[in-house]
Design a binder for this molecule. Structure first.
Ligand code: ZN
Length: 49
């Protein structure tokens, strides 16, 4: 079971739901990102240290 959920807002990579496992992240404002881009976006929005 592989369901296309959306495209990464940042790099355009396809994000799928695979057997209930989502290979990306959807933010509170309904933007979808792959894990790689989300790590960067997350740090930009919430800089730590
Ligand atoms: Zn991406």
């Amino acid at each position: 079971m592989k369901e296309l959920v959306g495209l990464c807002k940042c790099c355009g990579k396809e994000i799928y739901c695979l057997d209930g496992f989502f290979n990306g992240v959807i933010t509170e404002d309904k933007q979808s990102y792959c894990f790689d881009c989300y790590e960067e976006v997350k740090e930009e929005k919430n800089p730590q240290s």
